[in-house]
Design a protein around this ligand. Structure first.
Ligand code: GLA
Length: 379
């Protein structure tokens, strides 16, 4: 193909469902996001709901690259950290917006035993395995397919993780459906099946700043977590196995509290996590959809609720961000410029018999849902 033609194809925008800019109707747009190092085409889909909320999702890592939501005066801002170009993501980053798998968070000593057999994983975080290993789902190229839904716009991503990939057993067939509803929710449905018993724990690693990405640290955000206990960790951030009550600790977010209110208190767990980087044990029954978290950014009035069917949530406040990454619009991501609520099963569950099981049996179905719902506090 002549260069000019391929360039045209590259920048060509295909509008599916309805035309771009037809206000009041959800729509989906597809464009090229460039190529991976080995020359594979990467796509960027932009989903817009009836109220004008917009999210960009790329087939590289299933990454949510942007999410534009209104503040109390109706002003839209991008509230997730990330990069303007694919290159930013290819250069390496701390999982901005990505789908995490096969196993969200850490597996101690990078190994586990299942059905009497030991499986060895990549130790990519000290002696432990983090977020699926060296090439987790955050670096996979996903196949995309727009779906027709009643109440918004949806994109299905699928990926086949081969038997033995990153040390995990079984051919795991994964589907993740992102739906941007007209009710201002970003809903993420996760599905998986396997042909051998394995372990699975999928999540999304979006870093939020409800004041707008790059606009300062997140310590003033007010957070409420529906959890009476959390899983304390050791120096490698592996749970000790204990479920500890949050009562009387800086981990008590049962009442709306600013993230920064107690983060500098002398506390062994805060010290080990370098701040909050822990799993909270959510109230209510796993498997049923219930509200896990509410976050309010007092300056803009933006509110985010997290609803999930998962038993836990990793609340991580960007303790490892250090100003070395330049993100969208040239914004520099300093210490604690974003927070994550990674809904999940508890870290290291494959080695913790008392934690809810992450085993997916051959022939059975993995199915979880998480919703990030946006609104503005009018006060
Ligand atoms: C998770 C972990 C953190 C850190 C980030 C990525 O939230 O719990 O310790 O690894 O991912 O930087």
């Amino acid at each position: 193909m002549p260069k000019i033609l391929s360039l045209m194809v590259l920048f060509m925008t295909i509008t599916l469902t309805v035309g771009v800019g037809q206000k009041g109707k959800a729509n989906l747009k597809k464009e090229s996001f460039g190529k991976t190092a080995d020359g594979q085409e990467v796509e960027l889909y932009t989903l817009t709901n009836a109220k004008g909320i917009e999210t960009g999702i790329t087939t590289y890592g299933g990454i949510v690259v942007s999410l534009k939501v209104p503040d109390r005066s109706g002003k839209f801002d991008d509230v997730v950290l990330g990069f303007d170009t694919l290159d930013g993501y290819l250069k390496g980053h701390p999982y901005f917006g990505a789908i995490i798998g096969r196993y969200g968070n850490r597996i101690g000593k990078a190994r586990f035993t299942l059905n009497g057999k030991e499986y060895k994983l990549a130790a990519n975080n000290g002696e432990n395995s983090l977020h699926g290993g060296t090439k987790g789902f955050d670096k996979a190229l996903w196949k995309a397919r727009p779906l027709t839904v009643k109440d918004g716009v949806a994109l299905e991503l699928s990926y086949l993780s081969k038997d033995g990939e990153e040390g995990y057993p079984g051919n795991l067939s994964v589907r993740v459906v992102y739906t941007l509803t007209d009710n201002n929710e970003l809903k993420i449905d996760y599905f998986a099946t396997t042909d051998k018993d394995t372990v699975v724990n999928l999540t999304n690693h979006s870093y939020f700043n409800l004041a707008g990405q790059g606009n300062g640290d997140i310590l003033g955000h007010q957070v409420q977590i529906n959890a009476g206990s959390f899983t304390p960790v050791d120096a490698g951030l592996i749970p000790t196995g204990e479920l500890r009550s949050v009562k009387g600790t800086p981990f008590d977010f049962t009442q709306n509290t600013a993230i920064g209110a107690r983060v500098n208190q002398p506390d062994e767990q805060l010290k080990l996590g370098r701040g909050y980087d822990h799993n909270w044990v959510l109230t209510g029954n796993a498997g049923t959809m219930r509200q896990a978290v509410k976050v309010v950014e007092p300056g803009t009035g933006r509110v985010m609720e997290v609803w999930t069917t998962e038993p836990g949530v990793q609340f991580y406040i960007g303790n490892f961000l250090d100003g070395s990454l330049k993100g969208k619009g040239g914004k520099v991501y300093q210490h604690r410029y974003g927070f994550c609520f990674e809904t999940q099963h508890f870290p290291d569950s494959p080695n913790q018999p008392k934690f809810p099981s992450t085993v997916l049996k051959r022939g059975s179905r993995y199915r979880t849902t998480t919703i990030y719902k946006f609104s503005a506090d009018q006060k």
